[in-house]
Design a protein around this ligand. Structure first.
Ligand code: CAA
Length: 389
């Protein structure tokens, strides 16, 4: 496999990337099959990833983070996802959906209390926007947060929460003023131990089965008013801002899956013989590999570009929605294309649980769905391009 020198990486970037690669190969590879088959949450390896600094890569050191840039985050996440996309989504949600929003919109007290334990791996964070009847149309949520003196009382049902069954802390979006629709949404920080917060059923999933996903049910869940993130009515913008960061993480997850599937297919094509020669020497296979490689490298360019746009936007209100959505759209569709071709090149062995190729194929699908479907990414991109938003 040829490594294309695309972006000049610093020594720190390379060291972090190599550390993530080493950890993933040595500590995650041996457990992937068992944890995938049994839907076991990888508590020990996630804790270790926190200790190594992978859970708060872009967070300043004063909050327990590694103090690195957005490209560093992408490089480390890519290595984890090459080995296991389930570890990857837990890492992505902790870094982007959870920490990013608190860092950008939180008070000093909130940052100290809610970020530091996540960055060190002592705790797990989650993000809860979706509801059973509102996914893509996120502004139509029904759950309610009502102010009661120094508290808010939360009621409602949330769904598809990554790390929902195990998270210690949540960023939760609820309506404080339903009349105002999106401008009536607010964001809250919720301790997972708060009475009235009930974890719903764990979702049985096609892929990323070692990650845990569930509903959350809020029944008169009383939280301190100081846990409001940002200001009342700004919740929808916070949710969208955070999703821009999250989408770069999911794009990277897709890239990692695609790279793993490609490498397996490339090696198999060189070894497996049919009609007296390696199947890679047939144009039908060689051209497949050429398309897979080209789309992977195009994904990488879009992702690194989005990471740099995110870095440039730090400390300002600048948006990088276009870059993030293009990266997620292209990388997730590439992951589906590449894993599909990788199964095909492997023939029957691609369909067998003896090799990880079938897992890559199952894991790839979710990247076209969560944190905004491919249709939503096209909507975001086309609206920006047409100047309609
Ligand atoms: N950054 C900042 N502000 C933004 C923004 C962004 N990226 N996107 C929109 N906004 C602002 C707009 O400027 C607008 O503000 P003003 O009214 O002041 O101008 C406001 O938010 C409303 O925006 P829209 O009118 O564009 O809203 P919309 O209702 O048309 O919806 C949407 C836009 C893009 C479709 C949005 O609803 C969306 O992204 N939907 C998909 C939701 C999603 O990705 N869900 C995944 C949840 S997480 C998950 O998957 C689970 C997990 O745990 C991993």
């Amino acid at each position: 496999m040829t490594d294309l020198p695309i972006y000049p990486l610093t020594n720190e970037h390379k060291m972090l990337r190599d550390a993530a690669r080493d950890f993933a190969e040595k500590k995650i590879t041996p457990i992937t099959t068992e944890f995938d088959e049994n839907e076991k949450f990888p508590h020990a390896t996630i804790k270790k990833m926190g200790e190594l600094g992978f859970m708060g890569i872009e967070l300043p050191e004063e909050y327990g983070g590694a103090g690195m840039d957005a490209l560093a985050y992408v490089l480390a996440l890519e290595e984890i996802c090459k080995v296991d996309a389930a570890h990857g989504v837990i890492m992505s949600v902790n870094n982007s959906l959870y920490c990013h929003g608190i860092l950008k919109f939180g008070t000093e007290e909130q940052k100290k209390k809610f970020i530091a334990p996540i960055a060190s791996g002592k705790a797990i964070g989650a993000y809860s926007l979706t509801e059973p009847q509102s996914g893509s149309d996120a502004g139509t949520m029904r759950s309610r947060a009502t102010r009661d003196g120094d508290f808010y009382i939360l009621n409602g049902r949330k769904s598809w929460v990554t790390s929902g069954p195990v998270a210690d802390y949540f960023v939760v979006f609820m309506m404080t003023d339903p009349e105002k629709k999106q401008k009536g949404v607010s964001a809250f920080l919720v301790d997972g131990k708060t009475p009235g917060l009930v974890r719903g059923k764990k979702e049985p999933k096609l892929g990323i089965r070692a990650s845990a996903t569930s509903e959350l049910i809020f029944e008169n869940c009383r939280i301190p008013a100081e846990n409001l993130l940002g200001v009342e009515g700004e919740g929808f913008k916070i949710a969208m801002t955070v999703l821009d960061a999250g989408r770069i993480g999911i794009a990277t997850q897709a890239l990692g899956i695609a790279e793993a599937a490609y490498e397996a297919a490339r090696q198999y094509a060189g070894q497996r013989e049919a009609f007296g020669q390696p199947i890679g020497s047939f144009q039908g296979t060689g051209f497949k590999l050429a398309d897979m490689k080209t789309r992977i490298e195009a994904s990488r360019l879009l992702i690194y570009n989005a990471a740099i746009a995110k870095e440039n936007a730090k400390g300002s209100n600048g948006r990088y929605s276009l870059e993030a959505s293009m990266a997620k759209l292209f990388a997730s569709e590439t992951a589906m294309f590449v894993t599909h071709q990788a199964v095909q090149i492997h023939g029957g062995m691609g369909y067998s649980k003896e090799l990880p190729v079938e897992r890559y194929f199952r894991d790839a699908k979710i990247t076209e769905i969560y944190e905004g479907t491919s249709e939503i990414q096209r909507l975001v991109i086309s609206r920006i391009e047409l100047g309609s938003k």
